[in-house]
Design a binder for this molecule. Structure first.
Ligand code: 5AD
Ligand code: SF4
Length: 334
């Protein structure tokens, strides 16, 4: 299938869209089979020094902030391991408390107790030496969404002190240090156009990340974009499928933002070529506080509950959910 991206993003022909989804699933299945990998998400801190205009955790917002201790994080991993998780994703805002020393100590402790598990970090922008230390301590993967591959669009979504070039440099540094790297973007963010989306796809095609996280933009109360409409579920699904067809080996999550926007959002993402789900392992009392956007899923449930729910949903659509790390396979080459 040669990709006519303009047409696929704009067509109202349902057959063209169904064909795209079918091709995406064929390519995924050829690499990974009918398997969906689970990642246990641990939201380690809601403190953030940044002020991204779209985010419900931005610095200017007055909200209750928390951070998890090393012991709390280890407890989340214990719960997750017993539930069959073999990847832990430690995600948080850019919080100065999480110094290299502290993160390295936590990473080493998790690796020591769970040598069969992969660790993914998602702690925002850091310097090369910092990324190097975390990698040395045992981190396997790093998620850092590029947010948009268009510099002017980036400037519209972020305050002047944040720089598109630095974000891209971080991604290149992570790659150079041997991480499995994830980039990604929101669909329907303010200022996004067909042209900026095509740049996102061109960037992914060139950078060949091991993971790509995309989900619809969802307005967050109290932010400058609180009244901006949410992104489209349909467009998000098409983009997932296009990315899968372009890059069959990529690990592609069915994000919670999609699940938040549509009751069957994650199932539909799998049917469009996604192959990763990320149930929340954060302690029940901190979940509602990690409010990146409004009405985030499963803010009141327990780890075991959200894991069982997602597992059941995946099985119901004929996918296996193995207890494996689910590393990127094959090559980043085209
Ligand atoms: N809607 C959807 N996604 C968001 N993110 C931040 N704010 C929002 C929002 N309002 C995404 C960003 C960020 C990731 C952690 O969450 O892409 O990289
Ligand atoms: Fe902080 Fe990330 Fe939110 Fe930006 S998107 S304000 S870096 S938590």
């Amino acid at each position: 299938m040669t990709l006519d991206i303009d047409r696929l993003l704009t067509t109202s022909d349902p057959t063209a869209v169904d064909d795209l989804y079918a091709e995406a699933c064929r390519r995924r299945d050829a690499v990974y089979g009918r398997r969906v990998f689970m990642r246990g998400l641990i939201e380690v801190t809601s403190h953030c020094r940044n002020n991204c205009l779209y985010c419900g955790l931005r610095r200017d917002l007055q909200c209750t902030r928390y951070r998890l201790s090393k012991d709390q994080i280890l407890d989340c991993c214990r719960t997750g391991h017993a539930l069959g998780f073999r990847t832990f994703v430690m995600q948080g805002g850019e919080d100065a408390w999480f110094t290299d020393e502290r993160v390295c100590d936590i990473v080493r402790a998790v690796k020591q107790e769970f040598p069969d598990c992969a660790i993914t970090l998602s702690l925002g922008e850091r310097g090369y030496d910092s990324f190097a230390r975390l990698r040395e301590a045992g981190a396997d993967r790093y998620l850092l969404r590029h947010e948009t591959a268009d510099a002017a669009h980036y400037a519209l979504l972020h305050p002047a002190e944040m720089h598109f070039e630095h974000r891209m440099q971080c991604l290149r540094d992570l790659r150079a240090l041997g991480y499995q790297v994830g980039c990604g973007f929101m669909v329907g963010s303010p200022g996004q156009t067909l042209d900026t989306l095509k740049k996102d796809l061109a960037f992914i095609d060139e950078f060949r990340p091991e993971m790509v996280g995309i989900g619809p933009f969802i307005p967050a109360s109290g932010t400058p974009f609180q009244h901006h409409p949410a992104g489209s579920v349909e467009l998000t699904l098409r983009l997932l499928a296009i990315i899968r067809v372009m890059h069959p080996h990529v690990l592609l999550p069915a994000t919670s933002a999609l699940g938040t926007m549509h009751p069957q959002g994650r199932e539909r993402a799998i049917a469009a070529g996604a192959n990763v789900v990320m149930p929340n392992l954060s302690p029940q009392d901190t979940r509602a506080l990690y409010s990146i956007y409004n009405n985030k899923l499963a803010t009141g449930s327990e780890a075991a509950e959200s894991a069982a729910d997602i597992r059941a949903r995946m099985k119901a659509i004929g996918m296996d959910v193995p207890s494996e790390r689910g590393d990127f396979v094959g090559t980043s080459e085209r």
